[in-house]
Design a protein around this ligand. Sequence first.
Ligand SMILES: [Mg+2]
Length: 112
Amino acid sequence: MLIAIDYDETYTRDPGTWNSVILLLKRLGHRVVCVTSRSNTHDNRTALGNILPLDIHVIFCNYNAKAEMTRKAGYHVDIWIDDNPYTIDPDGKYTSEETKQRFNEWKEKDNQ
Ligand SMILES: [Mg+2]
């Protein structure tokens, strides 16, 4: 799996916990990237680079939809960990028809 972890108010709430989680996920063969809404500025690169583990790739989304920006960067995220899910796909444009259908099927089963 490719797992995306948000930075502000997600990773920053408890970096020690997330570092352990990231290490475990990687040991189990998964990939982890950090996806932040922040802009790709020198100050942000420095700030995140000083705190995140060295081998975590960071995708700066410049306040665009995270789903769009990660795809443009060549990543197809399987699981999102984010304190603000709205930032991932605010207009639902990047949610696939398959995903919408799976959700609707699950919802129908759950309502029976
Ligand atoms: Mg956040």
